[in-house]
Design a protein. Structure first.
Lengths: 273, 254
């Protein structure tokens, strides 16, 4: 038997529950990765490069906001970035659902807008950041515009796909019961494309975080993107890594929340695979 | 409405949409300062001027070189890493949470760290592009290789396939469509990585064009560069979708 997920059947002298076994393997791998990082940086990299030990040492003063005056604080930056990310996601979800539904239900809107939505979706949205500084000035409006666009495009395209794949007999039955257009749009098409909204949302989270941090860096806005670059340039790499870890956890947390919401709100929808 | 009319009407509306977009662009440009928004025609002439002077082709070549090398690394590492993860259970279980975490991290945040380790020349930038693109390829390949139909493996075994033949004729062909879905997503992410590394590491290529002309308040040239990037991205995404469909064609009948 040489199937790909090959399990080596060793005679078990003692049995661990599969759950516990997974946990142990994961923790052990984490420890190995941390040790590797520590040793490799110690041996090969300059002294200012962050190692797990120095990051752990930086953790208390970073989380307590103990920094010299005039330098960005961690919590202030985190707050700015998180609020901007959620504003962008909120705007993106609302606008994306409305435009996606319109494009999915109205042929003419589809024909008129398809090209633009696809082009903007394909384009790395951060290409627009510098020119937006000319439009909005060096202000947080640039970040808001970037995160909103970053969230809008994947959600809009996914809602469009969801609406297009709506079984026609749903609509026919509804219409034979004299459903008005808004009944079809918001009573049938929207609920049917909710799984697509969630798939779009997951894509949007990644785009929003990248967009927000790049905008913060280029515009020099208070936020984690600026915090990271600032600490990186002033040789405070351990402080910087705390923010990087925070961003990683933030991405994981938002996606986990979306998964939980899917299971709670859409129990009829099971993701394939 | 005849069928023919329906066929002709769709593209007509699409073209009308494009023309309307160009007109709106022209109008906005004509009624704002040139330093904040250039007209469509000014953008087109800037595009032509940059092409003629060789500035744009050079930038495009430099960006594409970076993109291609980075994506190649991402594909090779993602594909073989994915097969390895599917094959070795301990490795997969152990690394899965960390891979998902890295996938969710905005890779931009790691650029300053990479800068201190690898400098800011081509090598560091290639690593950034590869790091942006590798995760979807890795994850999709792992998923694909794990989901190989057990029936297929049994048939292959009952015909006495050895390990190498099993990989060559069953597992890798089965995994490729999944991997190519990852490659399509990786192309989009690597493109973001390309721009991000050009912004933050040594400024070259299209990212450099955008930054330079923004600093000169020359919106015509900036918009021209953005237009080129949009075109490039659309073409690359089209290629990605083409590759995905090509490898997925045997799945259509299933």
């Amino acid at each position: 038997m040489s199937a790909v997920p090959q399990e080596i059947a060793l005679p078990r002298t003692f049995a661990l529950s599969p759950r516990l076994e997974r946990m142990l393997i994961r923790v052990a791998t984490g420890v190995v990765l941390l040790v590797l990082w520590e040793l490799l940086v110690r041996w090969l990299a300059p002294a200012f490069v962050a190692r797990p030990v120095t990051v752990a040492r930086a953790l208390p003063h970073v989380l307590a906001n103990h920094v010299p005056p005039g330098t960005p604080t961690f919590w202030g930056s985190a707050e700015a970035t998180v609020i901007a990310a959620f504003e962008g996601l909120a705007i993106g979800v609302i606008a994306g659902v409305l435009v996606g539904l319109t494009m999915g239900r109205l042929r003419i809107a589809d024909r008129l807008l398809r090209f633009y939505v696809n082009a903007f979706f394909a384009m790395p949205i951060i290409a627009m950041v510098p020119v937006m500084t000319l439009w909005f000035g060096f202000s947080s409006s640039v970040r808001l515009a970037i995160v909103s666009l970053g969230a809008f495009l994947p959600i809009c395209l996914n809602v469009y796909d969801g609406t297009r794949s709506l079984p026609t007999n749903f609509v026919e039955v509804a219409q034979s019961y004299r459903a008005r257009w808004w009944n079809v749009w918001f009573g049938i098409a929207l609920p049917a494309s909710l799984p697509y909204v969630l798939a779009g949302f997951r894509l949007a989270v990644g785009r929003v975080l990248v967009g927000a941090t790049v905008a913060e860096y280029i515009v020099s806005l208070k936020g984690l993107g600026y915090y990271i670059v600032y600490d990186g340039r002033t040789f405070h790499q351990p402080d910087m890594m705390v923010a990087v870890l925070f961003l990683a956890l933030l991405g994981v947390a938002i996606n986990a929340a979306a998964d939980l919401a899917t299971r709670r709100l859409l129990p009829w929808y099971r993701r394939s695979g | 409405m005849t069928a023919l009319g329906g066929v002709a009407r769709g593209p007509a509306i699409s073209i009308a949409g494009l023309v309307a977009g160009a007109l709106v662009w022209q109008l906005i440009g004509a009624h704002t300062q040139a330093s904040s928004f250039a007209t469509f025609t000014a953008t087109c002439s800037a595009l032509w001027a940059m092409t003629k002077s060789g500035e744009l082709p050079r930038a495009l070549e430099s960006s594409l070189e970076l993109f291609a090398i980075g994506l190649a690394f991402a594909i090779v590492i993602g594909f073989f890493g994915g097969l390895l993860l599917a094959r070795i259970r301990v490795l997969r279980i152990g690394l899965e949470p960390y891979i998902l975490m890295l996938y969710a991290t905005p890779m931009f945040a790691l650029i300053p760290l990479l800068l201190s380790l690898f400098g800011f020349e081509l090598r560091a930038k290639v690593i950034v592009v590869a790091l942006f693109g590798v995760w979807p390829i890795l994850i999709n390949t792992t998923e694909g290789a794990r989901s190989v139909n057990a029936d297929l493996l049994e048939v292959a075994e009952s015909y006495r396939s050895n390990e190498r033949q099993l990989w060559r004729h069953v597992i890798i062909p089965y995994t490729l469509p999944y991997a190519m879905t990852g490659v399509r997503q990786g192309i989009a992410r690597s493109l973001v990585g390309m721009l991000a590394s050009e912004y933050l590491l040594a400024a070259t290529g299209l990212g450099n064009l955008i930054l330079t002309y923004t600093n000169r308040f020359d919106t015509a040239h900036v918009l021209a560069a953005v237009l080129v990037i949009t075109l490039l991205a659309t073409i690359l995404m089209g290629i990605g979708r083409g590759i995905e469909n090509y490898f997925a064609r045997w799945k259509a009948g299933v």
